[in-house]
Design a protein. Structure first.
Length: 323
């Protein structure tokens, strides 16, 4: 799974290919003829926020179970480039002068590297790969910083879009746990509307699956993507976001492709500038969003983007864990 494959499926609003394929997306299960708001209401799920003090204790215990030797081995194999430099040169690394892709596939990992383990402020998060949305897009700035006595990822977006991701060995869908914080919402964003599809915080999980079982329209979309880029798209992507207006628990279909569904886990300004901690059951959420059981998890990533609304956002990502 490469950066190019991710930007094709996760950021249709910024991708010319996804714009071309927007009309090919099939409707979400059970949503035929329903307006987006009604679909969201029909699919509203349980709120996932948990007490952050208890969450911190569980995450600390989880971090101790991670083998330090693996973390340090990964650290020694990862170039000590700053995130700012990595993102500034991501476009040049992604394509040559003729526009052809030149990046090599990054290694897949058995588990998600924790930001707080074997990390140093200012460096690229060990094991996390930078990726860009489009060669002409301004990349979001990411940096490792120490906040509240722990190392986290600081994201600053200004009419920009890019992210970080980890390709994983195929693994079963279990629980995902994370914490995040934002200084405020993007007030004119609307995740159901392509020209305003931005978010200060996103956590996405990519799944494998049988593409041959999809409707013909979706199969044609995948084939066009493969022929255009030489890469395979994820079968499906589940995305958790901090929304501006949608109710917490709402499921929002991506306006450009039916193979991406978003679940609003935080919304509005009520909890701005405070840490929010979440625990989600990937299997249950996938069933709610796609109406079927999930395949194997193949990647996890984060993204802060404001390119469509031409706005600013500042956010922080804490450790992310998969069980």
């Amino acid at each position: 799974m490469t950066a190019k494959a991710f930007r094709l499926v996760l950021t249709g609003a910024a991708s010319a290919l996804m714009l071309m394929l927007a009309g090919c997306a099939s409707n979400p299960p059970g949503s035929e003829g329903l307006p987006t708001a009604e679909t969201d209401s029909a699919r509203a799920g349980s709120i996932s926020a948990v007490d952050c003090q208890d969450f911190a204790k569980r995450m600390a215990a989880y971090a101790q179970t991670q083998r330090p030797t693996e973390q340090h081995a990964l650290a020694s194999a990862t170039p000590a480039n700053s995130l700012a430099a990595a993102n500034a040169h991501a476009v040049e690394a992604d394509a040559g002068e003729d526009g052809e892709e030149t990046d090599a596939a990054p290694p897949t990992l058995a588990t998600l590297p924790l930001f707080s383990v074997a990390q140093r402020a200012g460096q690229l998060p060990i094991g996390w790969q930078p990726w860009t949305i489009h060669r002409n897009k301004i990349p979001t700035r990411y940096a490792m910083v120490e906040v509240d006595q722990r190392v986290v990822v600081h994201a600053q977006a200004e009419s920009s879009a890019s992210g970080l991701y980890v390709p994983l060995h195929d693994r079963d869908a279990g629980m995902v746990r994370w914490s995040w914080k934002t200084s405020g919402i993007i007030r004119n964003a609307d995740n159901s509307h392509g020209p305003r599809e931005d978010s200060p915080l996103r956590l996405f999980v990519a799944f494998d699956g049988d593409k041959g079982s999809l409707p013909l329209k979706d199969q044609l979309m995948y084939e066009m993507a493969r022929l255009t880029t030489g890469r395979e798209m994820p079968y499906a992507t589940l995305m958790y976001i901090w929304g501006g207006k949608r109710a917490e628990g709402s499921v929002v279909a991506n306006p450009h492709t039916d193979r991406v569904r978003m679940i609003v886990v935080d919304s509005g300004t009520k909890h701005a500038n405070e840490w929010r901690c979440h625990e989600r059951d990937l299997r249950a959420d996938y069933r709610k969003a796609f109406g079927t059981d999930p395949g194997r998890v193949i990647a996890v990533g984060i993204m802060t983007d404001t390119d469509n609304t031409r706005s600013k956002a500042e956010s922080w990502y804490g450790d992310i864990a998969l069980d």
